[in-house]
Design a binder for this molecule. Structure first.
Ligand code: ATP
Length: 892
């Protein structure tokens, strides 16, 4: 194995046959990709189809059933035994199909490579999926990146990397491309190397990939790291607990039923099988699985709406969100910055406003402002379709384009005035500086140091309020003027521009006649302000409607931005947000957590905040009982994303670190996507609730029928196989179809689900009680009557009425409050199909002679069948009346 750290950068490059200027060609990269495979760690922990199938046959309930089949065999009841086994198999297949779908959906979500990397290929900077990286590729690193592969550094500027994943070292280490290290250097001390999976926390750099995928250091230990089973979501946990309680209750009742039957003189064999079947039917063992399936399929639907769910718990939490805290730039706005105007201080005391273009260069100060903006810049200029464009940060890109439009092309400027040091931008500092050595012509007058032309120039750009305290004067008409009155004038101009919703940056410079030594924040003092640049960033077209939807849905959108309060307010107003109060980062610093919680309640705009403030805001809102979604993109946003109930990272502009910390990633960085995801979350919650409602009502009515029938002196009203059949056909298909129920019309017109009330509301419990009693009563009434008149068909009628009632019930509860007719009877074809299929199956059981033998049914006359249909549909109308009453009561 090559010891890359003991080679110089040039040696490493030649060893890897890569070119430091152009990188690999696409063709060569493709060849290497075929040789080395994708840059991925081998996947672990996925459930194989075989394992899913095996689990279907090893559940407690299935084992009980299989035991019952064996006992039936021993007792010589071959037909029963075979029927039970067939039912077990069908049940298992159904379970398998459901779980396999869910598992596939989950895997698909995990596979989506969210990580992208900037590389140099064919001499151009490109962005490619991290999985496409090959040895020899030149890749760029900046704060927030997860290092995509093992690499030998070629350049580094203040690069600091957190390597705790590999070395256990908790603090970031400084990296340096220049050094060459002895062969024996330990992994943690290889300062000229970066390793896959570690995190860049500061600075920038470029490296050549030396190993990818499983060949990396991380790959070698990946085999040792077991993928942790994801923790169950709160809803899954609650469902599991509910399932256990209900199961226990059902067991007690089943015990009572069995004893009652025996006491009535039924024989032991019948009562044993009845007891087992009833237990199987009544115990909701599938409840947690159904929640998982609904969440997983829901996650898939969210993906179609451009929200990638990373943790299933987010899906359910979304339904309860009460505050969506969102960044402004790029999420509510397009982040397509364009320079609107350049503001130059004039000797007369006012400002000259210029727009970029050739004319701008006629004024030397404007030219210097443009040059400063182009040099103090990390974006890369590009020519596309005869127009200037860029790769990188849009604010910086806008400056590059403005300069290029005026004839100042950044690459040429950089050749004349190469960068020798820098202090990078961070949301905390809200400024950046670059130090340049003057070597050639800049194409604009260079400010003089007395008579001397300076040798070194520092350009600084950032928020005016950050630059003012660092400035000693203003550069006006080629001369230095003291800050004095200019301070107020600049602030006033900034306020005016901000009120139009424009972002404003200040630009400044400083010069030296000789190298100023190591550049640190001291070097950013004594600045001379050059002027202001304002940027227009249009709103995202969907944002307006999304904000309105939020408010209808009882959710407050909250804007959190690093921008100036006036800019933020103007944009918020444009979006139709309430804007009574703005808090700034400074305000946040001065408030203690209790006071902040009290104040934060009504605030919709937080401006000039740093990422650390986001955590405080989340905590304050959570303290007030809110369920908070919080967006973020930078490294420092990660704690707030983790703390929020739903951390939302930006898929395009977000750093890898933010994505890792988030529960959900917005593939289009769009605020409207969060709102769409909330809607899906609510639908999923509704559907799980409907499933619960359906399942429990069914189980309750079955138990009641057997219990009351026996108490009323009837023989056991349903045979064991009939019970299992009801369980299979009604709990299976129609219930499954409920999980794809579309959104109800009013989902975004009602307040969020209160997470404290839980899914099991009073209304739900009430429904289960009355509907269970209603169905049991109808079935028993007709069964009892026919039994009394000694009709041979009494049991078949009772059994079929029960099955049809379940089907009518599932149709009725498709809508929670609206009438099914208002929602459209055919709006969920899956449910309709499942119901029709079940009707056909039931008719087969009733009329097909071989099945008649198994299920103890007899052919029904036409009148009897009609009766069964009519009685079965009664519950549908009863539920419609319930919904009508509910509508009357809640709106009245
Ligand atoms: P949002 O939170 O809505 O996305 P923002 O986060 O873009 O807004 P930041 O990127 O933190 O805000 O920027 C905050 C301030 O820092 C800006 O208002 C601007 O004054 C300054 N700023 C932004 N980008 C740069 C940059 N590339 N160089 C120097 N200063 C910048």
């Amino acid at each position: 194995m090559t010891n890359w750290h003991s080679l110089s950068a040039e040696q490493a490059l030649s060893e890897l046959a890569s070119d430091p200027i152009t990188g690999l060609t696409t063709a060569e990269a493709h060849l290497r990709w075929q040789r080395h495979g994708p840059n991925l760690l081998r996947e672990k922990g996925a459930k194989s189809p075989g394992r899913i199938l095996w689990e279907q046959f090893t559940g407690a309930m299935v084992l009980v059933l299989l035991a019952a089949a064996v006992i039936s065999l021993l007792l010589g009841e071959y037909r029963d035994a075979v029927a039970i086994i067939v039912i077990v198999i069908l049940n298992a297949l159904l379970g398998f199909v459901q779980e396999f779908r869910a598992e596939k959906a989950l895997r698909a979500l995990q596979k989506l490579a969210i990580s992208r990397v900037k590389v140099k290929r064919n001499g151009e900077v490109q962005e490619i999926p991290a999985s496409a990286l090959v040895p020899g590729d030149l890749f760029y690193l900046e704060a927030g990146n997860l290092v995509p592969a093992d690499g030998r550094l070629l350049t580094s500027a203040n690069l600091r990397v957190l390597e705790s994943l590999l070395t256990g070292e908790a603090s970031p280490v400084d990296k340096n491309a220049e050094v060459v290290l002895p062969e024996a250097t330990a992994l943690g001390d290889r300062r000229n190397m970066v390793y896959k999976g570690t995190t860049v926390v500061y600075g920038r750099g470029m490296a050549v990939a030396v190993a990818t995928g499983m060949d990396t250091e991380l790959g070698q230990i990946a085999a040792m790291m077991q993928m942790v089973e994801p923790a169950p979501t709160p809803l899954q946990r609650r469902m599991a607990a509910l399932g256990r309680t209900l199961g226990l209750m059902a067991l007690l009742i089943v015990g009572a039923v069995t004893l009652l039957g025996l006491w009535h003189g039924e024989d032991i064999k019948t009562m044993f099988l009845t007891g087992v079947s009833l237990a199987v039917a009544a115990i909701p063992e599938g409840l947690p699985a159904v929640v998982t399936i609904a969440l997983a399929l829901g996650a898939q639907r969210m993906l179609r709406r451009r929200a990638l769910v990373r943790r299933l718990s987010a899906v359910e939490a979304l339904g309860s969100v009460t505050k969506i805290c969102t960044d402004k730039t790029g999420t509510l706005t397009q982040n397509r910055m364009r320079v609107a105007a350049l503001a130059l201080p004039q000797p007369g005391g006012g400002f000259q406003l210029a727009t970029p273009g050739v004319a701008a260069t006629s004024c030397p100060e404007t030219a210097l402002l443009l040059v400063a903006g182009a040099l103090c810049n990390d974006a890369v200029l590009r020519r596309e379709n005869e127009k200037w464009s860029y790769v990188g940060d849009p604010t910086e890109g806008a400056l590059l384009v403005a300069a290029a439009d005026s004839g100042y092309k950044a690459p040429e400027l950089e050749r004349a005035c190469p960068r020798v040091a820098e202090l990078p931008f961070s949301s905390e500092r809200q400024r950046m500086s670059t130090l340049h050595r003057l070597e050639g012509e800049l194409g604009c007058p260079i400010p003089k140091l007395g008579e001397e032309t300076p040798a070194y120039l520092l350009f600084c750009k950032g928020a005016l309020d950050r630059l003012l305290p660092l400035s000693r004067g203003v550069w006006v008409g080629g001369e230095v003027q003291p800050l004095g009155e200019w301070q107020e004038k600049l602030e006033r101009l900034q306020a005016e521009l901000s009120q139009e919703g424009l972002r404003v940056l200040a630009l400044a410079f400083r010069h030296w006649s000789s190298a100023p030594g190591v550049l640190d924040e001291e070097g950013e003092r004594e600045l001379l302000l050059l002027g202001l640049v304002s940027f227009k960033d249009p709103l995202r077209p969907e944002a307006l409607a999304a904000v309105a939807t939020c408010r209808q849905a009882g959710i407050d959108p909250v804007m959190i931005t690093g921008d100036h309060p006036a800019t933020a307010l103007a944009v918020a107003r444009e979006l139709g947000m309430e804007t009574q109060r703005v808090l700034t980062g400074k305000d946040l610093d001065s408030l203690n957590p209790e006071d902040l919680a009290a104040v934060a309640e009504g605030v919709t705009v937080f401006a000039r905040v740093a990422p650390a403030h986001k955590l405080k805001i989340v905590e304050a809102l959570q303290r007030n009982g809110h369920i908070v979604a919080m967006t973020g993109d930078g490294v420092n946003d990660a704690p707030a994303l983790k703390k929020a109930d739903i951390g939302v990272a930006m898929g395009r502009s977000g750093t890898d670190v933010a994505k890792e910390a988030a529960d959900m990633v917005l593939l289009d960085d769009n605020f409207a996507t969060i709102v769409a995801a909330v809607e899906e979350g609510r639908v999923i919650y509704d559907n799980i609730k409907k499933f619960l409602q359906y399942l429990m009502t069914t189980n309750f009515s079955e138990i009641l029928i057997i219990l009351v029938g026996l108490l009323g002196g009837m023989p056991v009203p349903l045979t064991p196989l009939q019970i299992l059949w009801v369980n299979l056909v009604t709990d299976g298909l129609p219930a499954l179809a409920l999980s794809v129920e579309p959104a109800e019309a009013g989902v975004m017109h009602r307040p969020p689900v209160d997470p404290r009330s839980g899914i099991f509301t009073r209304r739900l419990a009430g429904h289960i009680l009355w509907a269970g009693v209603f169905m049991a009563f109808v079935c028993l009434a007709v069964g009892y009557w026919l039994w009394r008149v000694q009709a041979a068909s009494w049991q078949t009628v009772l059994f079929s009425t029960l099955v049809f009632s379940q089907l009518a019930h599932v149709l009725a509860i498709r809508t929670g409050t609206a009438s099914l007719f208002a929602a459209g009877c055919c709006s969920n074809p899956a449910v309709l199909g499942a119901v029709l299929l079940t009707v056909v199956l039931q008719l087969l059981v009733v009329y097909l002679p071989p099945l008649q033998g198994v299920f103890c049914t007899v052919s029904l006359s036409r009148t009897e069948l009609l009766l069964v249909f009519i009685l079965g549909s009664l519950i549908f109308w009863a539920v419609e009346v319930e919904k009508w009453l509910y509508r009357r009561l809640t709106t009245g």
